[in-house]
Design a protein around this ligand. Structure first.
Ligand code: PMP
Length: 311
């Protein structure tokens, strides 16, 4: 197999990574309209396969983000899913987990940010190794960002466009300046929304509660997965408005996302969550279910997995 970073998928072809270059005036790849995804593929030691997790759902969201940005990708979600599987087969190797980075941007030379509506989108899929932290006892501290979440009526938070991440970066810098790891964004009404690259869940009286989509958040694929797994395990789930003070008093809090996986929160604005040091029992249960799902250890949800034999 070729290692991640040795080969890249670009507009229908697998090409050497070093050849995937753009001109400095091709601003499309760096423009405000560029959209992206982050996808994980987990190695299953028992099946000896690399399992792409919900590839098609991620590709669907990428195509949606591009179309809502009035760019025209030449590939649909099914074609991009097949391309991602082909890349995994080329870059995968036994024992290694792979992060896929599909993204799309205005093709051709542009000097202006205001790329015309209807411009064709070039799509690439890059990849690199990552180390899963599932089951490793990781935790984090949160601080409510002094920058509110960008207003979804001005720039839809449901699109995964690079331009939305300036807000996320400002909040992350702010949270870290106050000794926390990640921000929690509230919206203009003071309602909890999400973190900078992950959504947020609190546990109250055994129920998983997460902000309403109307609060202005990305429709997290990890959250959809975890909520299904929790419901099947008899853990009740709810979507509703959440005030920041509810986080301070919650029994448990955790972040969810492709990169964050299931990340237990031990404090919010200095308020200890649970014992202030470790994940609570519901978080641990959810983390275990998600871990089993992504490594292909559950007999249910086979449809979430794209199994690839590397080599
Ligand atoms: N919110 C934001 C702002 C994100 O960037 C991400 C990561 N894509 C998430 C939530 C989690 O989404 P997902 O579970 O689909 O990775």
């Amino acid at each position: 197999a070729e290692r991640p970073g040795r080969v890249i998928w670009r507009d229908g072809e697998f090409i050497p990574w070093d050849d995937a270059v753009v001109h400095v005036n091709a601003v499309g790849h760096a423009s405000v309209s560029a959209a992206f995804e982050g996808v994980h593929a987990y190695w299953s030691p028992t099946r000896r396969q690399l399992l792409g997790f919900r590839l098609r759902d991620h590709m669907r969201r990428l195509v949606d983000s591009l179309r809502l940005g009035s760019l025209r990708p030449s590939f649909d979600a099914d074609e991009l899913t097949a391309a991602a599987a082909g890349l995994l087969a080329r870059v995968g190797a036994p024992g290694r987990d792979v992060y896929l980075r599909p993204w799309g941007f205005a093709a051709g030379l542009h000097r202006e940010q205001m790329v015309p509506a209807g411009t064709r989108a070039e799509v690439v899929i890059d990849s690199w190794d990552f180390t899963s932290k599932l089951g490793q006892g990781q935790t984090c501290a949160l601080a409510v960002s002094s920058w509110p979440r960008l207003n979804s009526s001005a720039s839809p938070a449901g699109l995964k466009v690079f331009s939305n991440y300036h807000n996320g970066r400002l909040g992350t810098i702010d949270a870290r300046s106050r000794g926390a790891d990640w921000p929690v964004f509230v919206n203009a009404n003071g309602e909890v929304t999400e973190s900078s690259g992950a959504c947020i869940v609190m546990v109250v009286d055994g129920t998983l509660c997460t902000p309403d989509p109307g609060s202005g958040i990305l429709d997290s694929i990890t959250r959809r997965s975890v909520f299904e797994l929790a419901a099947e395990a008899g853990i009740p789930t709810r979507t509703r408005r959440i005030e920041r003070t509810e986080l301070y008093l919650a029994d448990e809090v955790f972040l969810l996302g492709t990169a964050a996986e299931v990340l237990p929160v031990v404090s919010v604005d200095g308020f200890a969550i649970g014992d202030g040091a470790q994940a609570g029992p519901v978080t641990r249960k959810v983390e275990s279910l998600y871990h089993q799902a992504v490594r292909g250890a559950l007999s249910t949800h086979e449809a979430w997995l794209t199994a690839v034999e590397p080599g």
